[in-house]
Design a protein around this ligand. Structure first.
Ligand code: SAM
Length: 276
């Protein structure tokens, strides 16, 4: 094995990085001059742009996520551009798309959809691709995040279906058939104790939902009813152990909890509501 590979692996292991071999392969591929296959035991080092590789390796040693280093994260059926201004899309958030597909079996419907806190645009864009007749409003209070979302909508050729708006959800006044959201839901303590990949490289604005993490659900429960058409749905992600609190919070919201979806670890993750 080439010395550069051996040394790089050693450095990643010293930093307690979970899958050093996998990460190393991805970083080498990212720095590959001809997009060659990467075989760690038999790597032709001439095929690698070593300056790019060393820079990326140092970022990983500093605990930046692989997605942020290579500016790419897969979500649902697509690849999304990501940077430090957005959350790396998470696999559990894909359950929002699955749940929406369960609710709306007819994909030709002209749905009016609101995505609150669009970040990279991963939910809005995935829904635009599934429901080609839908018109989607995707909002965020981060201008930098919206720039990423717009870039992704252009990459995926669905900018005509989505209106991106720099606005707080509290200032929205139109009505929708479907509202989706993966809001910030960590407590301050959870944020302070989370992995460096998250704490040091993802926007706090995207992660923390007030002292107890429940701020957004409280605000949604007061306002969303007014933004929903008759027979409209609201599908949102929640954090670990937030289901019971959310059930109490939404008790008098004018919304009916119709489904709870668990993620692959068995955690209650997606709540779906219909307007009463
Ligand atoms: C957890 S991230 C979700 C990003 C993306 N939807 C996803 O699932 O990967 C939450 C997003 O909500 C945005 N946000 C925070 N407060 C907001 C508010 N009051 N109104 C609208 N968006 C907000 C943040 O800037 C961030 O982009």
């Amino acid at each position: 094995m080439n010395n550069l590979i051996k040394e790089s692996l050693k450095k990643l292991k010293q930093k307690n990085i979970n899958n050093p071999e996998l990460d190393l392969r991805i970083l080498l591929k990212h720095a590959s001059k001809k997009n060659n296959e990467i075989i760690l035991s038999n790597l032709n080092i001439d095929s690698i742009d070593t300056a790019t590789f060393k820079k990326s390796l140092q970022k990983r040693i500093n605990r930046q996520s692989i997605a942020k280093i290579i500016n790419n994260k897969s979500f649902w059926k697509y690849d999304f551009y990501v940077n430090n201004f957005v959350l790396d899309p998470r696999p559990e958030t894909e359950l929002i798309i699955e749940q929406v597909l369960t609710i709306y079996k007819n994909k030709n419907q002209k749905l009016k959809i609101l995505d609150i806190g669009t970040g990279s645009g991963c939910i809005a864009i995935s829904l635009a691709k599934e429901f080609e007749n839908a018109s989607i409003t995707a909002i965020d209070i981060s201008q930098k995040a919206l720039e990423v979302a717009v870039k992704n909508s252009k990459i995926h050729n669905c900018g005509n279906q989505i209106q991106f708006k720099l606005i707080d959800f509290k200032n929205i006044s139109s009505k929708f058939d479907l509202i989706v959201s993966n809001p910030p839901y960590l407590t301050n303590d959870q944020f302070n104790n989370t992995d460096p990949e998250v704490k040091n490289f993802e926007p706090k604005l995207a992660l923390v939902g007030g002292d107890d993490g429940l701020k957004f659900y409280r605000e949604y429960s007061n306002t969303l009813h007014n933004l929903m058409n008759k027979k409209a749905y609201f599908v949102c992600e929640i954090g670990i152990n937030q289901r019971q609190d959310c059930e109490v919070i939404f008790q008098n919201s004018g919304l009916d909890l119709i489904n709870i979806t668990h993620d692959l670890q068995g955690i209650d993750r997606i709540l779906s509501f219909s307007k009463i």
